[in-house]
Design a binder for this molecule. Sequence first.
Ligand code: 5RP
Ligand code: FE2
Length: 219
Amino acid sequence: MVRIMPSLLAADFANLQSAIESVPGADGLHVDVMDNHFVPNLTLGLPVLESIRAATPMMLDVHLMITDPDRWAPAFAEAGAESVTFHVEAAAAPVRLARELRARGARASMALKPATPIEPYADLLPELDMVLIMTVEPGFGGQKFLDLCLPKIERTRALLDRVGGDVWLQVDGGVSVETVERCAAAGVDSFVAGSSVFGADDPDVMVTELRRLALAASA
Ligand SMILES: O=C(CO)[C@H](O)[C@H](O)COP(=O)(O)O
Ligand SMILES: [Fe+2]
């Protein structure tokens, strides 16, 4: 199973509706929330997420790059996001937070920056529905994929296989036709792609192409 989730960060924020409609074949829409504290960039918050929710039945995959996810993440679940990702570097109580997200009907997901190891968080995995391994430093779209993240992706895949269940493994940052196969071969099943999708002549064709390459390369 492979999921392709275009990141609206690379879309025209004045034309989100048409961006959403340009990727009908996607498995979900990735929404990047940045607070200019956890990362040096500012994007959108709850009101915009609520408008996106009202505009589409597609799965909403919210990626919170904010300093206080313990306080804010549950509200994104209540606003109708099917998946809410918090950064473990920012969460004060990740187990409690994951349980609060699940209690609100959302998938609970934990993100790691490129230099954050997975091993200290291995015991948290049964509390989660997805692990997001950042393959760029969070904050901006259009950055170059960091190959140094691949060993961590492989180690995370091995840990998830040991835990069992249906915990998704996602990558975000620099995912394109150049890099998607390496990620799939390392065990990734969920791919965020911003500039490669919305920078393509036909975003939906790119979604199909990324899925084809990932499926072919999946272990
Ligand atoms: O979380 C993010 C940045 O922090 C974005 O989701 C990510 O960068 C997607 O953009 P691109 O595919 O262009 O790298
Ligand atoms: Fe993201």
